[in-house]
Design a binder for this molecule. Sequence first.
Ligand code: DLL
Length: 443
Amino acid sequence: MGKNTGKVEHRIFNPAMECISRDELYALQSERLRQVVRHEYDNVRLYRERMDAKGVKPEDIRTVEDLKYLPFTEKSDLRDEFPYGLLAVPQEEIVRIHGSSGTTGKPIVSGYTRGDVDVWSEMMARTLTAAGCSREDIVQVAYGFGLFTGGFGAYQGANRIGAMVLPMSSGNTQRQIMMMQEMGSTILCCTPSYAVYLGETIREMGLDPAKDLKLKAGCFGAEPWSEAMRKRIEELLCIDACDIYGLTEICGPGVSYECLVKEGMHINEDHVIAEIINPATGEPLPYGQEGELVFTTITKRGMPMLRYRTHDLCSLTDKKCECGRTLARMGRITGRTDDMLIIRGVNVFPSQIESVLVGIHGVAPHYMLYADRVNSADTLEIQVEMTEEMFSDTVSEIEAVQRKIFESVKSVVGIATKVKLVAPKSIPRFEGKAKHVVDRRKL
Ligand code: DLL
């Protein structure tokens, strides 16, 4: 628990929307859905072709119930249409591009109109307000600023509230702590693993966050974390730690956010419609059942998404929350349906590593990836089999291959990994779908 002792005060940025009746919300979502489907059909070739192929016309989609007739959108569609193929407005209306790493080195990008940036800012203003932020607060943004949406998203939300922003970006821990102390930061925005690292470093420096810092809350997301990790962050930093969720394809952070009740993330349902589907069949599932999260953006103009498959697994509830919000909540992300790993905030696909390995002489295409969390930081070890011929080579030759793999993976994936060459036939073989990832991070 943070410094907010006693009765929790629930701040709400936009009560008219965040506490809207479910019936009014349904009508609003249906109206906005009709508009976005028409906009996509008229302006984006891929959606027009997909809808035509299914025999669905924009006028067939009248209410949220009709969503199930629309085609899904996949990450591979963004990759195939990179960079501008999915824009639904002329390029001159786009004022910003954000992105995240993809499987082939090409990023997944999304384009925003000025209106889209405004909507996203409001979504993040709601997010920060739900964690207790007001215009008196000092928000330290330790998410990266760049193509990644974290830094700009948090900055824009704080800006909309009128709070003071410290745009630190990620890393440089000593400087983060010095600024936190000197400037009197009250709200921290970063990944949960970095929050733990900051907390541990603060403690090692002999500082007592309860006395030496003014932090009261944090908005942590961009990677999976657990209740145990929340407890650790709250104890280390003496704050309330709230979960925030989002993805580049939808807008970035602020798709959903926790309030101080901390029982799931409220979805900004006036801007996105969430569905849970059975990942194997694509059939929609009712509230309460776990499945794959799918989003349709209903106010985005630049690059809207119809039924975007996130591959994130969770469940939804529309039970009213103690905070007064009526917006449905999603539970923690419990896993992914694909094998994407998030290592220190970077999305890593085994296929990227595989594409590097096949080009290197002396190693066989048998490999395993081990993700661990050491001192609160994610690490990734690549174990790859040597060929018989390589196995009998000298140590220095083997080391040279190891270095080559390290450098190539770093340049393609963008992160440093540990590389271990192992004896021929020592990596397990699988019947059917091969398993390449062992995620040993304790969540
Ligand atoms: O991670 C946006 C973001 C920035 C969210 C800052 C929260 C805070 P991407 O880089 O596109 O966008 O990665 C999106 O990250 O599909 C999830 O798998 C994962 N993810 C994001 N937030 C959470 C969370 C940003 N709170 C992918 N819990 C998503 C678990 C999360 N996983």
